[in-house]
Design a protein around this ligand. Structure first.
Ligand SMILES: [Cu+2]
Length: 207
């Protein structure tokens, strides 16, 4: 472990933290998006000034994987799907697991009187309420596309999430439309941010 230059490192970290901090707002909008949860380091962590959860917001999305896990959380930082975006291969699966609080995972679809924000031909889903820790819901995604979903009790606090399946064209995805005016304001803000990250991740460098 290097001990020679703690001061310059510290200053760099603080400068990054304050810059990122300006971007974060209340509730889910400033919160964890990364599966490797920095909170696992616990209360003895020396990261109290660095706001790891906002760093995670900007984490580069890896390529598609066969299976992804999403935690449903209620913490001091708000109510979250963590990470907010997962990227899987066609026919891949996502497992949502309740860690704390009471939540649902519910697709944005007219069946639940919401705007369509999943591919037009894809079936929607709704887990029903998970009111105790440890409950899980798994779904496989056959159709390439972008799927937005929300937590029924916490949508208004921006508890929304996204599944990207394969490498769909960004021009044909209902989920990549600007968030509809009828959605809660905090949800709109987060969905706009997810749109920017998704379009960036799906850029085709060869074209
Ligand atoms: Cu919730």
């Amino acid at each position: 472990m290097r001990t020679g230059q703690p001061h310059s490192n510290r200053r760099t970290i603080l400068r990054l933290a304050s810059g990122i901090g300006m971007l974060s707002v209340a509730g889910c909008l400033g919160a964890a998006t990364n599966g490797s949860d920095p909170h696992e380091s616990g209360p003895t962590s020396d990261h109290e000034h660095t706001h790891d959860h906002t760093h995670a917001e900007d984490t580069h999305l890896g390529g598609p994987v066969a299976h992804a896990d999403v935690a449903m959380q209620s913490t001091d930082a708000g109510h979250h799907f963590s990470p907010h975006i997962v990227w899987i291969e066609p026919a891949g699966t996502v497992t949502w697991a309740n860690e704390s609080g009471a939540h649902t995972t519910t697709a944005y679809h007219p069946d639940v009187e919401k705007p369509l924000r999943i591919p037009e031909s894809a079936p929607p889903w709704d887990s029903g309420m998970f009111s105790e820790p440890g409950k899980t819901f798994e779904r496989s995604f056959e159709d390439e596309g972008v799927y937005d979903y929300f937590c029924t009790p916490h949508e208004y606090r921006a508890m929304v999430g996204r599944v990207i399946v394969g490498e769909p064209s960004v021009d044909t995805q209902p989920a990549l439309a600007p968030p509809q005016d009828g959605l809660p304001e905090e949800a709109q803000t987060l969905l706009s941010r997810l749109n920017a990250r998704t379009k960036d991740a799906l850029k085709q460098p060869d074209e």
